[in-house]
Write a protein that binds this ligand. Structure first.
Ligand code: HQG
Length: 180
């Protein structure tokens, strides 16, 4: 499959598995799962046929491993705006994690800290390079360092998605190191 088709399918899945399942008449269960055959049928009925082989290639070949298939069902591993409980265990984070953003958000972040905005959680990256890539989606990236160890010691709950994205409810400004 060529790269463009792969990206189109991945974006189609993101839209319907994270944000707008009703658009194609599918229902995610409480943990975000939907049967693969139901998804493929709904996609075909709504004018975007995907073969099972293509779906498999997107799930397996995707460098960010955004989707997981288990027991004939599929879900997005993180990034939802619809209410789902990913049922991820709490995990102790490393001493520092990173968040990629852009200059125009920095002033607000200094005041308010990091907020989940339209998602369920604030997303943190395990390394600077990943955070820089996340920020670069929106402009010139700024990488913030998060004192994750200290946050955890102070009682903040950390979870990690199947694709190694760290999830927290908020990051208060006092735990952020923001480059000037
Ligand atoms: C910013 C992609 C103003 C925050 C990526 C970010 C990631 C604030 C934006 C995943 C703020 C929210 C998530 C505040 C946070 N004031 N702006 N107080 N607090 N922000 O897309 O972390 O390709 O919801 O810095 O790779 O950018 O979809 O979050 O810029 O893993 O799989 O508000 O999405 O993954 O943006 O990205 P997002 P994100 P996928």
């Amino acid at each position: 499959m060529d790269e463009r088709r792969l990206v189109r399918i991945s974006k189609y899945l993101a839209r319907h598995l994270r944000h707008d399942p009703q658009r194609i008449g599918i229902t995610l269960d409480a943990h975000g799962w939907v049967p693969v055959d139901e998804l493929l049928r709904a996609a075909a009925e709504h004018g975007f046929p995907i073969t099972a082989a293509e779906l498999w290639e997107v799930v397996e070949g995707n460098d960010k491993r955004r989707y997981a298939i288990e027991g004939g069902r599929i879900r997005a591993s993180q990034g939802h705006s619809v209410p789902v409980d990913l049922d991820l265990p709490e995990v102790e984070p490393p001493e520092v994690l990173y968040h990629g953003t852009v200059t125009r958000f920095v002033e607000a972040i200094k005041k308010e800290g990091l907020r989940p905005m339209s998602r369920h959680h604030v997303h943190l990256s395990p390394d600077r390079e990943t955070a820089a890539r996340v920020g670069a989606r929106r402009g010139v990236p700024v990488v913030l360092v998060v004192a994750a160890g200290k946050m955890h010691a102070d009682g903040h709950v950390f979870r990690r998605s199947a694709n190694e994205v760290w999830l927290v409810d908020i990051v208060p400004p006092g735990y952020l190191l923001i480059p000037s």
